[in-house]
Design a protein around this ligand. Sequence first.
Ligand code: SF4
Length: 217
Amino acid sequence: MTQQAHSTILAALAHPGRPCLTSSFQAECVALTHMLVQHAPEIPVLFLDTGYHFPEVYAYRDEIARRLNLRVLNLQPRLTVREQESQFGILYQSAPDRCCALRKVEPLFAALADYDVWFTALRREQSPTRANLQVEEEFRLPAGKMLRKISPLAHWTARDVWGYLRKHDLPALPLYDQGYSSIGCAPCTRLPDDPGNPRSGRWGGKKLECGIHIEAR
Ligand code: SF4
């Protein structure tokens, strides 16, 4: 399993073009990052700094960045949290799709325009919306640029991920100890209510994806 992921990574890195990795510093992100930096120590690690993360996520991001000597790029929205809330109100309550568009999708798609190969730690098992995930896909940005989107852990189970972290003595985000199984922005993350769907605690069950993995048409 791990060897297959390394092979996928090496094959993707062999292609011409600039690679990057997106990470929310969840368990699978850290496993993939640990593998990737063995082959590409300077790879930019794109973190969507929405301003709404749990304090534990920021502290853990910094701890892992130090430990793995990462080049983290914090992608920030055009508006601060305060500016957005004063202009539009509490969008994560009234219009979560709009909030995700402003704080995640726009900054990420703008940043991805600088790259050609996009590594993600997505896994099929994470959600019904990811069941058909391919290890390698093409991804079109709104401006038309095509990226190679690589998900080396597509076939991994949660057990594989946790086994990898244990084997390599990598700490996990402490919020997992409180029962969270998928961790995003604090206002939109609850404990999961469906044990068969790890992302069932996200957005109060109203939606399952923020939009960053949905291709422009
Ligand atoms: S996850 Fe919630 S708080 Fe974060 S950008 Fe989306 S709607 Fe806003």
